[in-house]
Design a protein around this ligand. Structure first.
Ligand code: ADP
Ligand code: MG
Length: 316
């Protein structure tokens, strides 16, 4: 079978941490052909997609995670599954890839379904589930934002499309930097941002739970580096073992039907304390961190699931 991975340039892959890499490796181990699809590699001809890809052999060799086997032009009939693994931001270019991939026959599973990725903004979509999300405002109105800040002792302010903890500010009521932070995050009140009640349990870490077809695949906590409040690995945070609590299961059960409806098969949710903070649908990570902590190979379950999707889609 032929598996396509739409992702950022191969040079950016960190072999020991990258979730896409471990999926590619497992696909290769099973005898499937693995193709790297760069941004810009999809052509639509009369509504039919053509993929300009590079065949690769993933290998656990330091500084050389891929052997390149040359470029190929694949038609839809040559493709068995597509993984969308491009990192955020979910910008216009990202959106364009999802529009082009909408044209792929439903016979071919796409992990995750492009229309679902458009529906679920990683931070805004979750706000509909008010019982499991902290008090949150999305706005670019100065008056509304200041009102929200007045109502809470401590909040975080963050962009709607950030990642890796970039531009996440923690603000106490009365902080003299409040106006400056709002002006710069909103680009002078022209872009929506997120204000959210600060959840004190964040001191102990964020929990990342990976969901496969709406069911928990694994979980870890990420704990901030000394001198930082953000728990992102990108911001120096450390991965530690954790458990899935009954509250986590409650959150998952609320999300599951929607995730299945939208074809969001592989998703990472972030939980702080009792609250859902983010639903990551673009390129969830942490599989390798979970593998190391728990001595498992979660990629096997993911590829098993993709094989099942392929089988089911052919039966239709
Ligand atoms: N409501 C909140 N309460 C406490 N800490 C938060 C809150 N929201 C975000 N943070 C902190 O900021 C970090 C990054 O925020 P997050 O919303 O996950 O954005 P990103 O997409 O950049 O990861 C989190 O890991 C957490 O440490
Ligand atoms: Mg996060």
């Amino acid at each position: 079978m032929n598996f396509i991975f739409l992702m950022d340039p191969l040079e950016s892959v960190m072999m020991e941490h990258d979730t896409s890499f471990i999926f590619m490796l497992e696909s290769h181990r099973r005898g499937y052909k693995v193709f790297f699809l760069p941004e810009g590699g999809i052509t639509l001809l009369n509504g039919q997609p053509i993929f300009l890809v590079t065949e690769v052999i993933p290998q656990q060799v330091k500084d050389k995670p891929f052997l390149l086997k040359g470029q190929k032009r694949l038609e839809e009939k040559d493709v068995d599954a597509i993984f969308i693994r491009t990192d955020p931001p979910f910008d216009h270019r990202y959106l364009m890839q999802t529009w082009l991939l909408d044209r792929v026959s439903p016979r071919i599973p796409i992990i995750n379904r492009p229309s679902g990725m458009r529906t679920v903004n990683e931070k805004i979509w979750a706000t509909q589930f008010a019982s499991i999300v902290p008090p949150t405002m999305v706005s670019c109105s100065r008056a509304e934002l200041l009102k929200f800040i007045q109502e809470h002792d401590e909040i975080v302010a963050k962009p709607t499309d950030g990642f890796g903890g970039q531009s996440v500010f923690r603000i106490h009521r009365g902080d003299l930097n409040t106006n400056v932070i709002l002006e710069s995050l909103t680009h002078l009140y022209t872009r929506d941002i997120i204000l959210q009640k600060f959840i004190p349990q964040a001191e102990k870490g964020d929990k990342r739970i990976l969901l496969l077809n709406g069911e928990p695949l694994g979980a870890i906590s990420r704990v901030h580096a000394p001198g930082d409040h953000r728990n992102n690995i990108f911001a120096g945070g450390k991965a530690v073992a954790t458990e899935i609590t009954s509250r986590d299961r409650e959150i998952i059960s609320i999300l599951k039907p929607k995730l299945l409806e939208f074809g969001l098969y592989f998703v990472g949710i972030d939980i702080i304390g009792d609250y859902l903070i983010e639903v990551n649908v673009t390129s969830p990570t942490c599989v390798q961190e979970m593998n190391h902590l728990y001595r498992v190979q979660l990629e096997k379950q993911v590829i098993n699931f993709v094989e099942k999707l392929i089988k089911d889609s052919r039966r239709i």
